[in-house]
Design a protein around this ligand. Structure first.
Ligand code: GLN
Length: 544
């Protein structure tokens, strides 16, 4: 009988271990990179990893947030509009994450309100504790149930001490109480350097640890973020004051590249400490490929290329995080150092475009929403087309290429119904005409795209069917396809199930390709995107 119970327990519990990552002192210190790097080093030991971010804001998801708020919206394969940290997670652990990997306070409230309306709380007063906290615990359990990882890494957004994060801290503390020996807590804090007195200050870290302790969490590991390495005395001090073993207090200073962090954490024994804690037998690690990639980062590059990034939110590079990383990664493999020149689409006019692109080797027309800056993008693609400058148009960028071509073909008032209410809508809402509910009508997630024979895009991917992710609302209007296409400008990729246009390309040009989808979400350090690599190759070819 006892044996049967044990067997049953094993089956339902999955033996998943959870690593909770919290942040202290200030935000923006690379908690997401740290969490992903822990995932990376555990995966290098052959463990199955899944990651989740719990964000403490009230939006249901970041879908309708301005990129100025939290940077880009990262789209998962299953169509989740998620936090930018999920991009780090997928790049560092190379696993496909899902909508489940990102919950916000708003999304959790939504679940609670739905339950409440259905009378699921049996007439009880619905409260933050236990209802909100129970919901968080349920989410963690169902993620484990569905994905059955060896390790689930859960990052709590924000900083300890925020009003918004306190129910999350309460929930994970209770979770570890209910599931003893299952949870490990990593706290990432910031240690400021005082230039006047030439010393690191530990007080903010001490305070953030006490806040965690008062929330019922005794961290197992403290990662100290700072610009430069933190000396032993400081590590001793933090260890003594917070009762955390010295070998679990680790200085994580700034590196020239975030991709170096996993190897550094590995060298500091982070993985061993975690496995020791759970009494898991150490396994041999395999960092060969990652190390090879990291070594490539510092090798002197043969080519220096200038890429103009033309978009609307250029003041915040995080708004285009995955595109920048995709280009950077392809650059590493193509032996190219990329210098990014961020140009505001709004500032572009016929009369200044030549000057703006004077020292530019290639142009990326970035995705975007709304009218602002769109005509600047059209002016840019018209110029790069005529002047043989390699150009990659992504989503709104591809739409700009299409509208420009339509105008060149004589549809003088060609536009998109997104940017004007009069004109010929060569871009229009074709599926899900629901302009009111802007959070819900986008074409989202991965789908199969067919690439036409004898096209450049097919030669690039070396496949006739590919899978890429989308995030847009307007489509090339099928009514105008035959009027837009000609011998030089062709639509060469289309969505297999919906028969919608996905790719445009121009012949007799070094590189002029627009994609309705977002190739950046599939670019990984060990699997660069073929499209970004082809774009960079075309630039290098012209330069040499
Ligand atoms: N605004 C365009 C659309 O919704 C393009 C979106 C994008 O660039 N991601 O169709």
């Amino acid at each position: 009988m006892a044996q049967r119970t044990r067997k049953n327990n094993k089956k339902t519990k999955n033996n998943t271990k959870i690593i909770f990552v919290t942040g202290g002192v200030i935000s923006g210190i690379g908690k997401g990179i740290t969490a992903s790097s822990i995932g990376n080093i555990l995966k290098a030991r052959g463990f199955k990893i899944f990651m989740q971010k719990l964000d403490c804001y009230l939006n249901i998801d970041p879908g309708v947030l301005s990129p100025y708020e939290h940077g880009e919206v990262y789209v998962t394969e299953d169509g989740g509009e998620t936090d930018l940290d999920l991009g780090h997670y997928e790049r560092f652990i190379d696993e496909t994450l899902t909508k489940e990997s990102n919950y916000t306070t708003g999304k959790i409230y939504q679940r609670i309100f739905e339950n409440e309306r259905k009378g699921k709380y049996n007439g009880k007063t619905v409260q933050m504790v236990p209802h909100f906290t129970n919901e968080i615990m349920k989410i963690i359990n169902s993620t484990i149930e569905k994905n059955k990882p060896d390790f689930l890494i859960v990052e709590i957004g924000g900083t300890i001490g925020d009003i918004e994060s306190s129910p999350f801290i309460k929930a994970i503390s209770e979770y570890s109480f209910r599931n003893p020996d299952t949870c490990y807590f990593v706290h990432v804090t910031y240690v400021p350097w005082l230039n006047a007195s030439k010393e690191f200050k530990t007080k903010p870290t001490q305070n953030s640890i006490s806040m965690l302790l008062s929330g019922g969490i005794n961290p197992n590991m403290i990662l100290l973020r700072s610009q430069n390495p933190i000396n032993e005395d400081i590590i001793d001090k933090i260890s003594n004051l917070s009762y955390i073993k010295k070998e679990c207090v680790i200085s994580v200073y700034d590196f020239d590249s975030v991709y170096r962090v996993p190897l550094y954490l590995e060298s500091q024994g982070v993985c061993e400490r975690i496995l020791e804690f759970f009494s898991i037998k150490p396994r041999k690690s395999n960092f060969k490929d990652w190390e090879q990639f990291v070594n490539k980062l510092v090798e002197p590059k043969k080519n220096n290329i200038n890429i103009a990034m033309i978009g609307k939110y250029i003041e915040l590079e995080d708004a285009y995080k995955s595109i920048k990383e995709a280009l950077f990664i392809s650059g590493i493999y193509e032996n190219a150092n990329i210098n990014f020149d961020w140009i505001s689409a709004e500032s572009i006019e016929e009369k200044n475009i030549a000057l703006k692109l004077r020292d530019i080797d290639g142009v990326v027309i970035l995705p975007g929403f709304g009218k602002r800056g769109f005509e600047g993008k059209v002016t840019a693609v018209n110029y790069t087309r005529k002047n043989n400058i390699p150009t990659l148009g992504i989503c709104f960028g591809m739409q700009a290429m299409t509208i420009n071509q339509a105008r060149l073909k004589g549809i003088k008032d060609a536009t998109s119904s997104e940017i004007s209410d009069k004109g010929t809508f060569v871009l229009d809402i074709i599926v899900g005409k629901d302009k009111e509910n802007i959070g819900g009508t986008l074409r989202l997630g991965a789908d199969t795209i067919c690439l036409k024979d004898n096209s450049q895009i097919k030669r690039i991917y070396e496949e006739s069917e590919i899978s890429e992710r989308s995030r847009h609302r307007y489509e090339v209007n099928p009514k105008y396809i035959s009027k837009i296409e000609d011998k030089e400008f062709k639509f060469t990729g289309y969505n297999k199930s919906k028969n919608l246009i996905e790719v445009c390309e121009l012949e007799n040009h070094p590189f002029y390709i627009g994609v309705q989808y977002h190739p950046e979400f599939n670019a990984k350090p060990l699997r660069p995107s073929k499209l970004f690599s082809a774009f960079i190759k075309s630039i290098i070819k012209i330069k040499n």
